[in-house]
Ligand binder design. Structure first.
Ligand SMILES: Nc1nc2c(ncn2[C@@H]2O[C@H](COP(=O)(O)OP(=O)(O)OP(=O)(O)O)[C@@H](O)[C@H]2O)c(=O)[nH]1
Ligand SMILES: [Mg+2]
Length: 343
């Protein structure tokens, strides 16, 4: 490489100043980040949202009545935005809660609604990018990470989980988590984690596995990513209950035989997951979403414009796309009907 000229040194310095200014602006303006929560019904998804946000985003209905004390079943895709501060940086966190899958009913519609939500955010960006005059108030609502809640069965992954993660992984950073990890003993949990990762490898499920570049990344990043990768799937426990233990307030689930602490990394991986999601890997998840997942969607969508008859689409993924397009048309028609009724 030739030695840098004084002009190139100046340019490098200017770029560094610019990067610092952008970073300062980001710190001042704050960051935005969107996480979606998906999984079977009753696995603690809405409880997790409250635990992550450290506030009752979904309030319990009636604390004095045990029958009504639980959070209501989620029935619609519900995005909620919470402003918080992480490492001194303002963060506007949007969490998209989704209805849990049932065990017996056909879950395809449920899945297609989730996929449609993710792709609609990409479509909005695509439309905005092709505008001559950009809308300065445009909001990027792309989903940067999807936490997929796995039922703590102790056995292999269920077929529905394999299928859903495999299809969602093409569009979004899927991070698998073991729900209600307090229901397993440490040895069972370790064995289950191993089994899940074997299934993920066997079925070639594309998850976010803390990618790094041996050549480009520094040793510290590589080590950190390897440690996080070894924790996959993260075990989590959700609770809004707090008790005082040895003089400190802890969030936990209390049982007659003891206490499971949410933020204690000997009990579950919640605190590590939270830190990686909202701090250490937030930028990486955003970059992968923009540079790879969105880019892939964009290419597919643009090369598909004016495409073929759905009956001719043979492979399974193409069928999903056709079903999805149909579903989107249904949603658009329902929305249009609702709009005309409102007028
Ligand atoms: N043991 C255990 N129970 C939990 C945990 N998190 C939540 N629960 C309980 O599980 C039940 C269901 O919790 P929700 O948060 O409503 O579950 P959900 O996944 O949002 O349910 P749907 O909206 O129907 O899909 C409640 O009684 C919670 O108190 C956990 O980590 N461990
Ligand atoms: Mg719920």
């Amino acid at each position: 490489m030739p030695p840098p000229t004084s002009r190139s040194v100046e340019a490098i310095a200017r770029t560094a100043v610019l990067a610092t200014t952008i970073r300062r602006k980001n710190i001042k303006k704050g960051l935005t980040f969107t996480v979606m929560i998906v999984g079977a019904s009753g696995l603690g998804k809405s409880t997790f949202v409250n635990t992550l946000c450290e506030s009752p985003v979904f309030p319990k209905k009636d604390y004095s009545n045990p029958e009504k004390a639980a959070i209501e079943r989620t029935v619609a895709i519900t995005p909620v935005t919470v402003d918080m501060e992480e490492d001194g940086i303002k963060l506007s966190l949007t969490i998209v809660d989704t209805p849990g899958f049932g065990d017996n009913i056909n879950n395809e519609g449920n899945f297609l609604d989730i996929l449609a939500y993710i792709e609609r955010q990409y479509d909005d960006i695509l439309a905005e990018e092709s505008r001559i005059k950009r809308n300065p108030k445009f909001q990027d609502n792309r989903v940067h990470a999807l936490l997929y809640f796995i039922t703590p069965t102790g056995h292999s992954l269920r077929e529905i989980d394999i299928e859903f993660m495999r299809r969602l992984g093409r569009r979004v950073n899927v991070i698998p988590v073991i729900a209600k990890a307090d229901s397993m003993r440490p040895q069972e949990l370790a064995a289950f984690k191993k089994k899940v990762m074997e299934d993920i490898a066997y079925y070639k499920i594309p998850i976010y596995n803390f990618p790094y570049d041996e050549e480009e990344d520094d040793d510290e990043t590589i080590e950190e990513n390897n440690e996080l990768r070894a924790l996959l799937p993260f075990s989590i426990v959700g609770s809004e209950e707090e008790v005082v233990l040895n003089g400190r307030r802890v969030r936990c689930r209390q049982y007659p035989w003891g206490v499971v602490e949410v933020d204690n990394s000997r009990h579950c991986d919640f605190s590590k997951l939270r830190y990686m999601l909202l701090s250490s890997h937030l930028q990486d998840l955003k970059e992968i979403t923009h540079d790879f997942l969105y880019e892939q969607y964009r290419t597919e969508k643009l090369s598909r414009e004016g495409d073929v008859d759905p009956d001719e689409l043979a492979d399974e993924e193409a069928r999903t796309e056709a079903q999805y397009a149909k579903r989107q048309m249904e949603i658009a028609a329902a929305e249009a009907a609702r709009g005309s009724m409102d007028q």
